[in-house]
Design a protein around this ligand. Structure first.
Ligand SMILES: CC(C)(COP(=O)(O)OP(=O)(O)OC[C@H]1O[C@@H](n2cnc3c(N)ncnc32)[C@H](O)[C@@H]1OP(=O)(O)O)[C@@H](O)C(=O)NCCC(=O)NCCS
Length: 273
């Protein structure tokens, strides 16, 4: 049995839902079986594909070399022998074709088995990615999310990432997200209150200098998202109907955009007391 790397034994992330406990297991770069289980899970769920002519064994060897060189790290959650969630983090620019700064780590997607989604496993995995990034001396995490991937947008903005870019050359358009690891979110705002008191309104047409400091924008309206970013706003949360069930205007998801100059790095959003 392969040994865990020393830093991986420092903190075990776990949650309990009902009678089931879920524990995040860092993938040991020496453990080929764990690496095969990881990428087998991604392939099974169509989250990655094999390069032309490659087998799973080829893919595992390639990723194992990257892990051993410290370019890439991964974690899994299992129920018995079965993998139910995976997450990867890139620690060296150029890995998997992604470019980022030396002080940054790039999260390369979290994947949770469909019947285990909504239990908090995605959140658990982002915590693990953050732990790995911090252990590697990184001060920020970056990633990209497809415009319509509501669950991922909700998850990432909910754990302190900011939407700070939009690449509409990609099909579908892709949002760039970033989390500063040096300053943790602490001050919370109640968005239901902000809505009820008229301090957080939907914008549908134009965003300019005179727009309020915080606004709601439909993430599927690419042009408006780009206007918000150009005007110096950052996306900080995905507001959904379940957050404000009595609010008839919130008939779909909206990104909460806040003017960056008013956004202390400590500020985050919440929807409950
Ligand atoms: C994105 C993903 C990893 C989230 O995993 P998860 O285990 O369901 O995440 P969590 O349970 O920790 O939390 C997800 C949050 O998104 C919310 N959510 C889930 N589906 C949603 C949807 N369609 N619209 C809006 N919010 C949604 C959940 O309610 C939860 O928010 P809350 O904590 O405020 O209640 C999972 O949906 C997944 O595997 N998707 C497919 C792969 C993928 O797209 N990965 C991300 C690539 S960038």
């Amino acid at each position: 049995m392969a040994k865990s790397a020393p830093e991986n034994r420092l903190r075990i992330q776990r949650i309990e839902t009902g009678s089931q406990e879920y524990q995040v297991i860092p993938v040991d770069p020496e453990d080929k079986n764990a690496i095969a289980a990881y990428y087998g899970f991604e392939l099974k769920h169509g989250f990655s594909t094999l390069s032309h002519g490659d087998s799973l064994a080829d893919m595992v060897s390639h990723r194992q070399s990257q892990m051993c060189r410290g370019e890439l790290a991964a974690a899994i959650i299992r129920v018995g022998e079965e993998v139910v969630a995976t997450a990867e983090i890139l620690l060296k620019s150029g890995t998997k074709g992604h470019r980022f700064a030396d002080n940054e780590a790039r999260t390369s997607g979290v994947l949770v088995q469909p019947d285990k989604q909504g239990l908090g496993l995605g959140k658990l995995m982002t915590t693990e990615q953050e732990r790995i990034a911090e252990n590697a001396g990184k001060t920020a995490m970056v990633s990209a999310i497809d415009q319509a991937n509501n669950s991922s947008l909700r998850l990432h903005l909910g754990v302190g990432f900011r939407l700070d870019g939009c690449d509409d050359r990609k099909v579908p358009p892709e949002f760039h997200i970033r989390k500063n690891l040096e300053r943790k979110p602490s001050v919370k705002k109640n968005l239901a209150d902000e809505r009820a008191t008229g301090r957080l309104n939907i914008v549908t047409d134009q965003i300019d200098d005179s727009s309020p400091d915080q606004i709601l924008v439909d993430p599927l309206n690419t042009a408006l998202v780009k206007q918000a970013l150009e005007q110096g706003y950052k996306g900080v949360f995905l507001l959904t109907r379940k957050d404000v069930p009595d609010d008839s205007e919130i008939d779909r998801n909206f990104v909460v955009f806040v003017k960056a100059e008013n956004l202390s790095e400590e500020q985050s959003q919440e929807t409950q007391d």
